[in-house]
Design a protein around this ligand. Structure first.
Ligand code: CA
Length: 233
C-alpha cells in the first residue's frame, strides 16, 4: 500500500488541525470534512483507506454516518467520541465501526489506532489472496477445516465454546467486538448472564492461549466494551 489516505471528519477546528498535522508529519495522506454531508461525499468520492469520524457532528448523528457508509463500504472507521459514556462507543461499534478514540486523546494514541487499523487492512488484503482455511497470527495457528488451533506448533486443548470464541475473534482480527456482538454470535442472544459467561470463557481461553495471561498479547480487553484480537508479529 502506498501512503494510506485518511479521511478526518471533525467539526472542531483545533482538533482537526491537530489530527491533520500529525498525519502530515507521519507521511499519511489525508482529506478533511467538517460535517456529515461532507463526510459522506468525501468517503464516496475518495474511497479513503481509513476514516476518523467524530460522533458529535452538527448536521447528523455520527452513528447514522456509519450506517450510511456501511450500506456500501467496509472501509475501516475509527470513531472519536468526546463523551466518556461507553454506550456511544458500543452503539458505534455495533453499527459497524472498527475502533474508537476517546477525547481528549494524545498524538501517540491516534497513531497507535491508525497502525492497528492499517495492519488489519493488510491482513484482510493478504487473506483474500491466500488460503482462508488456515489462519496464522504470531505463533497462533487455526486450521478451520480441521477445527483445531495450535500455539507454537502444539495443539491447544480448547472446549468447543473456547474454540468458537477464538475463531470469532480471529476472523475479526484488529477489530473491537462488543460483548453484545460476541454473545449474539456465540449464543444467538445477549442476556446479562451471557456476558458474565463470556468473561469466564475468556479467562479460560486466555490461560491456554497467552504465555502471560496478565499481559495478553493476542486478546486485548476493552473494559466495559468488549475484546479485540491483535495482529501479532
Ligand atoms: Ca464534534
Amino acid at each position: 500500500m502506498n501512503n494510506p489516505l485518511v479521511l478526518v471528519v471533525e467539526d472542531d477546528l483545533p482538533v482537526r488541525n491537530l489530527m491533520t498535522t500529525t498525519l502530515k508529519t507521519h507521511a499519511y495522506r489525508y482529506k478533511t470534512a467538517a460535517n456529515a454531508a461532507e463526510a459522506l461525499l468525501m468517503a464516496s468520492s475518495h474511497n479513503p483507506d481509513v476514516v476518523f469520524l467524530d460522533l458529535g457532528l452538527p448536521d447528523m448523528d455520527g452513528i447514522e454516518v456509519i450506517r450510511q457508509i456501511r450500506s456500501w463500504s467496509n472501509m475501516p472507521i475509527i470513531v472519536i467520541s468526546a463523551r466518556s459514556d461507553d454506550a456511544d462507543k458500543i452503539e458505534a461499534l455495533d453499527a459497524g465501526a472498527d475502533d474508537y478514540l476517546t477525547k481528549p486523546f494524545s498524538v501517540e494514541e491516534l497513531l497507535a489506532r491508525l497502525r492497528v487499523t492499517i495492519r488489519r487492512l493488510a491482513l484482510m488484503n493478504s487473506d483474500s489472496n491466500a488460503d482462508r482455511s488456515v489462519y496464522t497470527n504470531g505463533k497462533l495457528e487455526i486450521n478451520y477445516s480441521a477445527g483445531c488451533a495450535f500455539m507454537n506448533g502444539e495443539e491447544l486443548k480448547l472446549t468447543p465454546m473456547e474454540y468458537k470464541l477464538l475463531c470469532l475473534l480471529a476472523k475479526n482480527t484488529g477489530k473491537v467486538l462488543t460483548h453484545t456482538y460476541i454473545t449474539q454470535n456465540i449464543w444467538g442472544r445477549s442476556w446479562d448472564n451471557d456476558i458474565a459467561s463470556l468473561r469466564v470463557f475468556m479467562v479460560t481461553l486466555r490461560k491456554k492461549l497467552e504465555s502471560a495471561p496478565g499481559s495478553p498479547r493476542y486478546i486485548q480487553t476493552h473494559i466495559g466494551i468488549g475484546y479485540r484480537m491483535l495482529k501479532v508479529d
